[in-house]
Design a protein around this ligand. Structure first.
Ligand SMILES: [Fe+2]
Length: 156
């Protein structure tokens, strides 16, 4: 079904659709991982890490909505289903149960690092295919790198 017409060529649209869909999956999983650890973190730094994790959740949820709606605007139906996220996320599986504050911070550094690596690949892939989508991906990557800096500083 072809509902929304894209201004892009088919080839460019394919490239951009993959980048946006991949970003959507990673960002949804990032929001879930950050919430999971928000609930399970324990230790002397509980309060600061607990609150910092919710800042990531808010960012990731907002960014996932932005990339999903960018896909829709280009005529590509976004797929944010749990089963799709489970298969496609670039974030390593998180262990269940309580997690010490320092390990929680390390887990976020790793999760953000994995997403940032893939986001930078998407930025490179969309350079000529669609600079408008690329601009969105660049902005999101900058924000994720800010979060990663703050978690790295937590364990400095
Ligand atoms: Fe909460």
């Amino acid at each position: 079904m072809y509902v929304v017409k894209s201004p892009l060529s088919d080839a460019d649209l394919k490239t951009v659709a993959e980048a946006l869909q991949g970003a959507l999956v990673d960002l949804i999983d990032l929001s879930l991982v950050a919430k999971q650890i928000h609930w399970n973190v324990v230790g002397p730094r509980f309060r600061t890490v607990h609150l910092q994790l919710d800042e990531v959740v808010t960012s990731a949820r907002g960014h996932s909505d932005t990339v999903a709606e960018r896909a829709s605007a280009l005529g590509v139906p976004p797929d944010g289903r749990a089963s799709t996220v489970a298969v496609g996320s670039g974030i390593a599986a998180t262990a269940g149960g309580w997690i010490r504050d320092a390990e929680a911070v390390e887990a976020l550094v790793d999760a953000l690092g994995a997403v940032i690596r893939r986001m930078r690949e998407r930025v490179a892939a969309t350079t000529t295919a669609d600079p408008v989508s690329q601009d969105i991906l660049i902005g999101i990557t900058g924000d994720l790198e800010k979060h990663r800096w703050m978690f790295q500083a937590e364990n400095g």
